[in-house]
Unconditional design. Structure first.
Length: 382
């Protein structure tokens, strides 16, 4: 299955590239970019099948077409090492009409317009090979939404801009979707206790959701935003044989983000919290009400020069509860991205992961467990 998906992705990349070359790009206003990301990973976490691996992490293709000045069609295809369904490849596929800078309307599938990191997770755009856990886990908010997107940015005074994003649609309920080549990315919290969790075996439903984001920009240097996500969801339990059973639930999350850039220095930070709980219908079936609270945050400093981009980050996530035992996990990361030329980006990073290991699920016993993770990433783009 993965071989067919990869061939389909590469075939799409080749077809679209050749087709765009065959047309008059000026006349059709077609823009095509793409990248290939190969990584090497090492970790001494227990339960890994191997402690190091080298392989293909991502293949991406971004295309846009503007038949007229204010109308744009955009498609983003990204194949990852753990893609198991063709629909996962289509990260974005939407049409957008720009009435003016203050009012833009999009329809289709698009990246969830909340955390700014979620909008530039692509390997060529990020100095880190591993995005903060509150983004990569996809539990506080999903990576993509299919529906309607309304957004804009208005200049209200000199040095002051107000922006907004609203979205309404459906999202695929996929949590902790693994990435990289060791499978530990996005499963940093649960891996010490349970090892690899194959999300392909999970039941992926689509649920209604709505999002809202409002942000202000001061002097094009400081941005602060407030975000909200509200959705239907699913509560997972297990029967006596260990089979997963899914029940209706609801969830909401909220977040605040702040970003400062002074010269080559960038400082980014976010805090998110939320809650998922079962519905009255589910309570009647289970005979109990299940309510889970979760949180996540990160802070980072980047020296964003033209060639060298060193950074440090600290992030935290707690979105997993097993028999009422939480798995809070923090990570301290240091790394550097080197771009000797625009098309080539080399990334090196190391992080120390500080989490928990459940030693006895039935008795709710656990102990602190820390481990190391390192990655080297080579991104070639066009």
């Amino acid at each position: 299955m993965k071989t067919r998906i990869l061939l389909l992705t590469l075939g799409s990349v080749l077809f679209l590239w050749l087709n765009s070359k065959a047309q008059d790009e000026t006349e059709r206003n077609v823009h095509v970019t793409g990248y290939i990301n190969a990584v090497g990973e090492y970790s001494d976490c227990i339960n890994l099948k191997k402690d190091w691996a080298v392989g293909l992490s991502e293949v991406g293709l971004l295309t846009s077409y503007k038949p007229v000045e204010d109308l744009e069609f955009k498609t983003t295809l990204v194949y990852t090492h753990y893609t198991f369904h063709v629909s996962q490849i289509f990260i974005e596929a939407f049409a957008q009409y720009n009435f003016r800078e203050e009012l833009k309307l999009g329809v289709g599938r698009f990246l969830t317009p909340l955390s700014p990191v979620n909008l530039y997770f692509y390997a060529p755009l990020n100095p880190s090979g591993v995005v903060p856990m509150l983004v990569s886990h996809h539990f506080l908010f999903p990576q993509t939404i299919s529906g309607i997107h309304l957004h804009g940015l208005a200049s209200l005074a000199k040095g002051f801009k107000l922006g907004y994003n609203f979205a309404l649609g459906t999202y695929p309920y996929i949590n902790h979707l693994e990435s990289g080549v060791l499978s530990i990315q996005a499963q940093e919290d649960s891996y010490p206790s349970f090892g690899y969790y194959d999300t392909e075996k999970d039941k992926i439903n689509k649920y209604m959701c709505g999002t809202a984001r409002v942000y202000v920009i001061f002097n094009n240097a400081f941005t602060i935003g407030a975000n909200y996500f509200k959705a239907d969801a699913q509560q997972v339990t297990q029967d006596s044989l260990g089979a997963f059973i899914y029940y209706p639930s609801t969830k909401y999350t909220y977040g605040f983000d702040a970003h400062l850039q002074v010269g080559d220095i960038k400082i980014n930070g976010e805090y998110w919290g939320g809650q998922q709980q079962t519905t009255p219908k589910t309570d009647a079936l289970l005979g109990e009400h299940i309510e889970n609270n979760y949180t996540g945050y990160y802070g980072e400093i980047i020296w964003d020069s033209e060639v060298y981009k060193p950074f440090i980050r600290y992030d935290f996530i707690e979105d997993v509860n097993v028999n009422k035992v939480g798995l809070p996990t923090a990570a301290a990361t240091v790394g550097i991205a080197i771009r000797p030329r625009f098309e080539t980006l080399l990334k090196l990073e190391y992080k120390r992961v500080m989490g928990r290991q459940i030693t006895n699920i039935g008795n709710r016993e656990w102990k602190d467990y820390n481990y190391n993770y390192a990655q080297v990433s080579l991104v070639v783009s066009f």
